[in-house]
Design a protein around this ligand. Structure first.
Ligand SMILES: [Fe+2]
Length: 328
């Protein structure tokens, strides 16, 4: 097991969170519903107020994520209300207000909110397995990768990703892992070997949404023609590595496939990684363009829980176009 260091964790001040909830998030003592954040004006207001109330915390988070040798920060939202539902909603809105201040995000294609919500249950994990969809259910092993976003027919690597666990109903929650690109000794060897050409194919991981009837609604996977690596204007390397790699378009299954698998293995064996324990009410913000993430599987679900995990994911609007989506 490689050595790992604790990722920086910022705990929000309980009084500041309470003040933010009371002045901003409650209407007649009830929280604003999460879907109301489909209103861009509301998001702008929440983000501006978060910037005032959590000024110091946001500065610290920005410093950590913009440092290429760190690139990750976790933010803990304290429990405020005894009413579990009220507390879950206000907690998620606090996290979202902070993430939207730091990284205005792509809108969810169905709800038009600046996040997508994912609910996992034992039933939809089984349904996903039946469909042969990997890497989405909480019990799948997740290899090191970077995240991508599809915009129209382009594929981009978003600069930042935010993940907020509303709750995790597993006894063994394990760690979330982060390997900054700057810490990978063999990085430049792989970049020069695979090059920055835009002629690699990936089958992207399909998007999956919860659906109250079947438990799972699934949007068909896309194939992308893309670069694996690109150098930005500062000489930093941005990597797209997500889904199933098919190799060069002119040589699918060829030597590039082995080379990328070796790269993935090199990241998993990297002498250094950051770890952050996966916990409810903890948001993780990543400098997605500057490293690779993975996580432990969740084990031992609480028997009484119908939903085993609920989380929000946001991807920044800012990002780097790496390739294009091919017609199905
Ligand atoms: Fe990811």
């Amino acid at each position: 097991m490689p050595a790992f260091d604790a990722a920086p964790i910022v705990t929000l001040d309980e009084n500041a969170v309470r003040e933010f909830c009371e002045t901003t998030l409650l209407e007649n003592d009830s929280p604003i519903p999460l879907v109301a954040t489909s209103d861009a004006n509301l998001v702008a207001r929440l983000s501006a107020l978060a910037g005032e109330v959590f000024f110091e915390e946001i500065r610290r988070i920005r410093t950590e994520i913009s440092n290429a040798d760190v690139g990750i920060a976790a933010i803990d939202v304290p429990v405020i209300y005894e009413d579990v539902t009220k507390d879950a909603i206000t907690g998620a809105l606090v996290a979202l207000s902070i993430s939207q201040h730091i990284m205005p995000s792509v809108l969810d294609r169905e709800n038009r909110t600046p996040f997508s919500m994912f609910n996992a249950s034992e039933e939809n994990n089984a349904a996903l397995n039946e469909l042969g969809i990997k890497n989405i259910s909480p019990v799948d092993v997740l290899e090191f990768h970077s995240d991508g976003t599809i915009r129209g027919n382009t594929l981009a690597v978003p600069d930042h990703i935010a993940l907020y666990n509303v709750f995790i109903n597993y006894a063994k929650r394990g760690n979330f892992y982060w390997v900054p690109s700057t810490s990978i000794p063999s990085m430049h060897g792989y970049v020069s070997n695979l090059g920055c050409n835009n002629d690699y194919l990936f089958d992207l991981t399909p998007s999956v949404y919860s659906n109250s009837e079947s438990g799972v609604k699934f949007i068909s996977p896309h194939r992308a023609r893309t670069s694996v690596f690109q150098e930005d204007e500062y000489g930093r390397v941005v990597t797209f590595m997500n889904g199933t790699f098919l190799g060069r378009e002119s040589d699918t299954g060829g030597s590039a496939t082995r080379r990328l698998a070796e790269f993935q293995q090199a990241i998993a064996n990297n002498p250094f990684r950051y770890a952050v324990p996966q916990e409810s009410r903890r948001m993780i913000i990543l400098n997605n363009a500057a490293g690779f993430h993975a996580r432990d599987v969740f084990e031992e679900p609480f028997k009484e829980a119908s939903v085993t995990r609920c989380y929000l994911r946001s991807a920044s609007l800012s990002g780097r176009v790496m390739g294009e989506i091919l017609a199905n």
